[in-house]
Design a protein around this ligand. Structure first.
Ligand code: NAG
Ligand code: NAG
Ligand code: NAG
Ligand code: NAG
Length: 590
């Protein structure tokens, strides 16, 4: 036990820090092994007398020598344990690892330790490697997932870009196709239009040709029936009969009509008596367009007039019955049936009544020219004219003694009064100034005004008329003897072209001053028999540059000197001067 304590004491001290001298001593003498062997023997054999046992053993050692010592050298064979009771290091371990030179290296690890360490190391390394591998694996997996995600995104982007490109191309193409289609549509439409028009035109052409043929056929038939025979046109013109071989029949239709147009109705009737062919010639529609009974009024009977009118019918455009004094109402009724009549001259038709006028204006809505001068019509006629003849532009009411102010009022209320361009109220002395002015105020477009022989026409009235009708170009004031210089001032305007008056003792040279200054367009001036006109007037007239007709007959104060001194002398060829009816007083222009 003491030894054990001693060993413990020794064990507790760090042998490695011992003096090297001592350590060498311990190594050479192998004392630690001796102690270990003793201790191991004591511990296992447990002798009753340890001191005696130790002494025995030390004697034995002295005999044997120290080199044969081992840790179990003092233990009996049957009690020898497998391992030293002093664990791995044992007593020898106390002296460090550098004792190998006298035994095996006590510091070297045992196989168990190595295997343990190896196992430990192996486990650790395995774990580390496994961890790294796991990390790496996870990392790769993450990389893979990320890569897939990016790839999917790229795919989507690529797809979208591609789709966008394709869509753009497609859009362009569609637009192009659309444009082409629109163009083609237009072309097709144009072609269709043209072909439709062509077809329509062809059809129309065919129809009109057909219509012409039909008309010609019926005209031919009509003529034949009128002649009362059964021969055809060809037979009429055939050589066998000898008819229609004259010069007139052989010239062309239009030329023949031009020739026949110069004949009066009487001559035409005579020509119609020559032969059947000539009769047919005189009855062409072109020749029936214009009928002038005025030239044949002595021979005209109601029956003939009616026959001509019925023949012309709708073809009649111009009709003159001037001077046909005793025509009955039936004739005027026949005129009413000519619905395309434009001009009708009824002047001096003494038998003309209001009824007759009514028949004519109701039947002929296209009337433009109506001459009712020198007839016995009353206000009622004017009412009918104003009501029905809305297109009348030229209206002559000269010398209609039965008319009164009421008639002019009717006229002023008419629908077409503003279209009136010519109004002839000559010799209408019965009309009051107010009625004339009222009518004139409605006629804005009037260009020709005729107030001949209205000796009672006052200056004030004419001035008012002139203020309402500024565009009058033509004034006829023959015999208006009470007009003054002022009224000439009023009618002097740029538009004035023709001015005619005579037998006026009031106007002076001042009137010509107005004309000279304000009527540059005046080209016809007739101032006959005005006694107060002097050479001064000639000077004023000299300013009128366009004057072509100048009548100063019977203006007795004019002198040769004045005529010669007139500032602008016209060449005789350009100025058609009017000669005075009395050769004695002819101081007129060249
Ligand atoms: C006219 O001719 C037709 C046939 O062309 C005939 O039937 C008729 O009898 C003739 N009339 C006269 C009056 O000759
Ligand atoms: C109407 O007859 C008269 C008298 O014959 C004539 O002066 C006048 O010029 C004729 N008018 C037309 C438009 O023919
Ligand atoms: C109307 O007839 C008369 C003759 O009766 C003629 O003097 C006058 O000039 C004619 N009117 C027109 C506007 O032609
Ligand atoms: C001349 O006529 C015009 C219309 O054409 C009118 O405005 C003007 O007042 C007239 N002048 C005179 C002096 O009457």
């Amino acid at each position: 036990l003491l030894l054990l304590l001693l060993w413990l004491f020794v064990a507790r001290m760090d042998l490695r820090q011992l003096d090297p001298e001592l350590r060498r001593y311990l190594r050479v003498t192998r004392l630690p092994e001796v102690y270990e062997a003793l201790l191991a023997g004591l511990a296992i054999m447990q002798p009753i007398n340890p001191c005696k046992w130790i002494a025995e053993k030390l004697f034995y050692l002295q005999e044997v020598g120290i080199s044969q010592i081992d840790w179990d050298s003092f233990i009996d064979e049957e009690m020898k344990p497998k391992e030293s009771p002093f664990a791995i290091k044992g007593v020898t371990g106390l002296f460090g690892g550098d004792m190998g030179q006298f035994g095996k290296d006590i510091d070297a690890p045992s196989p168990e330790m190595i295997s343990r360490a190896y196992q430990h190391y192996n486990r650790k390394s395995f774990r580390r490697h496994f961890d790294s591998w796991l990390q790496f694996h996870l990392y790769r997996r993450r990389r893979l997932v990320e890569k897939r995600r990016i790839l999917a995104k790229a795919d989507g982007h690529f797809f979208q870009t591609k789709v966008g490109q394709i869509f753009g191309t497609w859009l362009e193409w569609t637009r192009f196709r659309k444009g082409r289609q629109a163009m083609a549509y237009q072309i097709l439409q144009r072609v269709l239009h043209v072909s439709v028009v062509r077809v329509m035109f062809k059809a129309w052409h065919g129809v009109s040709l057909e219509a012409r043929k039909t008309r010609e056929y019926f005209e031919r038939e009509l003529r034949r029936l009128e002649r009362g025979d059964n021969v055809t046109e060809d037979e009429v013109l055939s050589k066998s009969t000898g008819e229609a071989r004259d010069d007139l029949s052989l010239v062309s239709e239009s030329l023949r009509q031009q020739i026949l147009r110069h004949l009066s109705l009487a001559d035409m009737s005579r020509a119609a008596c020559v032969c059947r062919a000539w009769k047919a010639h005189t009855q062409s529609s072109e020749l029936l367009h214009k009928l002038d009974f005025g030239q044949v009024r002595q021979h005209l009977t109601p029956l003939v007039a009616k026959k001509f009118l019925a023949q012309s019918g709708p073809m009649l455009g111009h009709l003159s019955l001037a001077g046909c004094r005793d025509l009955p109402l039936e004739v005027f009724q026949c005129i009413g049936a000519c619905r395309n009549l434009q001009d009708v001259n009824l002047s001096e038709c003494a038998s003309l009544t209001d009824d007759a006028v009514g028949q004519i204006v109701q039947g002929c809505p296209l009337l433009i020219y109506v001459n009712l001068s020198f007839t016995g019509i009353s206000d009622n006629s004017l009412r009918l004219v104003a009501k029905h003849a809305e297109n009348v532009r030229f209206l002559s009411l000269a010398s209609c003694q039965q008319l009164s102010d009421r008639g002019l009022q009717f006229l002023a209320q008419g629908q077409g009064v503003h279209k009136l361009e010519l109004l002839d109220l000559s010799e209408g002395v019965q009309f009051s100034s107010d009625a004339i002015v009222h009518l004139a105020s409605k006629c804005h477009k009037i260009k020709h005004l005729m107030f001949n022989d209205m000796y009672n026409m006052q200056s004030a009235c004419l001035m008012e008329v002139a203020s309402h009708c500024p565009s009058v170009e033509h004034y006829e004031l023959f015999g208006c003897s009470s007009l003054t210089d002022d009224s000439f001032r009023a009618i002097s305007n740029r538009s004035l072209r023709v001015l005619k008056l005579d037998k006026n003792d009031i106007i002076t040279d001042a009137a010509f001053g107005h004309l000279g200054r304000r009527c540059p367009e005046l080209h016809q001036l007739c101032v006959a028999d005005c006694v107060r006109v002097t050479d001064q007037a000639l000077k004023a007239i000299g300013q009128l540059r366009y004057i072509r007709v100048l009548n100063l007959a019977d203006c007795v104060r004019l002198s040769d000197a004045g005529a010669r001194a007139s500032p602008r002398r016209r060449s005789p060829s350009r100025c058609a001067s009017s000669t005075s009816p009395t050769p004695s007083a002819s101081p007129t222009t060249e």
